[in-house]
Design a protein around this ligand. Structure first.
Ligand code: SF4
Length: 303
């Protein structure tokens, strides 16, 4: 008998939604972040790398070229449906006309069925959401929203530059226009305990979110977190603890939420610690094994 899925995987969700395998095209829209350009701060979040979480994207190319190159590569032969994903930095941080230009520049192929935008909660406003909504007739639109933790004290420590209340307001605004929200959560942030993980899950369950990305806190070069790690102010989470926390999250999050990822995508050449982060399979297979052995599944303890 085939083993049942113990949590809602993104791939299956997309396949059901679009009727076939659907892949993401990661794009660098040439944005910056208010936490880097001085509006909110200059150093960024303490874990954020110089590329704003998009090391594998060739950002020197313009947006249309990035998409065109993708379709000319072998990657495009693996599916017929694609979602353009604006990943690096804060992809709603510009004027409305510039945002429209950038999004339009990516939507240049009939095989593209969706637009996914990663951003910060304090860069979601009604005009931005109205612009995103204007694409919803033709495309599936979703916004990936950083939260990381519901603990505002940790938020300050990591120099997030927005509050959990900002997150709530942004979710409400996106809900108002029927745009899917994918929350980002980081496990193993400095000073955080299992209580923080529990509180963050509870907090997320109080919101109407449609997706969740979970990853471990990892240390990369040229970040404040790297300095903290080297001066023993920060000790990364172990793989065993990470799997415990992720299984807690899976069993307590709403069964309706699609799990977009359970592991980070640490840039190999910049990663300092923990090194287990380079082995996605250890995380994915370790989690599957744990859920199976302990007979756990998504939403088991959701109330
Ligand atoms: S909000 Fe995102 S892009 Fe901006 S500094 Fe933090 S992690 Fe980096």
């Amino acid at each position: 008998m085939e083993e049942k899925e113990r949590y809602r995987h993104l791939n299956k969700y997309l396949k059901d939604k679009f009727g076939e395998r659907t892949l993401k095209i990661c794009v660098d829209g040439g944005f910056t972040c208010p936490n880097r350009d001085g509006l909110k701060g200059t150093g960024g979040c303490i874990f954020c790398s110089e590329k704003g979480s998009g090391e594998h994207i060739k950002s020197s190319q313009n947006i249309s070229t990035q998409v065109r190159n993708y379709f000319e590569s072998y990657k495009a032969t693996r599916a017929n449906r694609f979602i353009v994903y604006f990943q690096n930095f804060t992809n709603t941080y510009d004027t409305i006309s510039h945002l429209k230009e950038k999004y339009d520049a990516a939507l240049i192929d009939e095989r593209i069925v969706g637009l996914a935008i990663a951003t910060r909660p304090d860069c979601i406003s009604e005009p931005v959401v109205q612009l995103l909504k204007s694409y919803a007739d033709k495309y599936y639109v979703c916004v990936e929203l950083g939260l990381q933790t519901s603990n505002n004290k940790t938020g300050e420590l990591i120099h997030r530059g927005y509050s959990s209340e900002d997150f709530s307001n942004a979710v409400l605004l996106l809900n108002k226009y029927g745009i899917d929200v994918v929350a980002h959560m980081i496990v193993g942030l400095p000073g955080e305990t299992k209580d923080d993980v529990q509180n963050t899950v509870q907090f997320l369950n109080q919101h109407s979110i449609q997706g969740l990305k979970i990853h471990s806190c990892y240390v990369v070069e040229h970040t404040k977190l790297a300095d903290m790690y080297r001066s023993n102010e920060y000790v990364p989470i172990t793989l065993d603890d990470y799997l415990d926390y992720v299984s807690y999250i899976i069993t307590h999050i709403s069964p309706d939420v699609v799990i977009h990822r359970v592991s980070g995508d640490a840039p190999k050449d910049l990663l300092i610690a923990p090194t287990w982060n380079l082995h996605k399979k250890w995380v994915i297979n370790g989690l599957d094994k744990k859920l199976k052995e302990e007979n756990l599944w998504q939403g088991l303890y959701f109330m």
